[in-house]
Design a protein around this ligand. Sequence first.
Ligand code: ATP
Ligand code: MG
Length: 125
Amino acid sequence: MTVPERGRLSDESGARGEVLAKVVVITSGKGGVGKTTTAAAFAAGLALRGHKTVVIDFDVGLRNLDLIMGCERRVVFDFINVINGDANLNQALIKDKRNDNLFIFPDFADARQGRAQARWGRACA
Ligand SMILES: Nc1ncnc2c1ncn2[C@@H]1O[C@H](COP(=O)(O)OP(=O)(O)OP(=O)(O)O)[C@@H](O)[C@H]1O
Ligand SMILES: [Mg+2]
């Protein structure tokens, strides 16, 4: 994987050009192996190195990245709101309080899961 340097990166041939963003997908066929933890740590690391970073939770209906990032009480709009056009990206992105380069894009959680997660968040606080 090549991490872009200040908005530029090399393609396969080594040619350099302007890029808007680079996407890193963290996925696995197996559950509970550390995907979300890795995504959170990796995103925080990129942001600390000066890269403007958005970490996106794609665990539709079962989000927990917001809990790991400590912003679960700041979630107003989520991925589904943006897809449905009920909110725009700027409204949904949550700016990390520790790093100005880091933004969290939370996924959808239904009302029951939301309440369960809130309880879990308070228990861990
Ligand atoms: N490197 C690690 N060493 C030990 N424990 C870890 C490590 N990474 C994650 N964990 C722990 O493993 C558990 C699962 O981690 P995590 O939620 O990140 O996995 P996941 O792959 O996203 O799970 P899911 O498939 O449910 O989304 C958590 O309790 C987490 O704290
Ligand atoms: Mg996960």
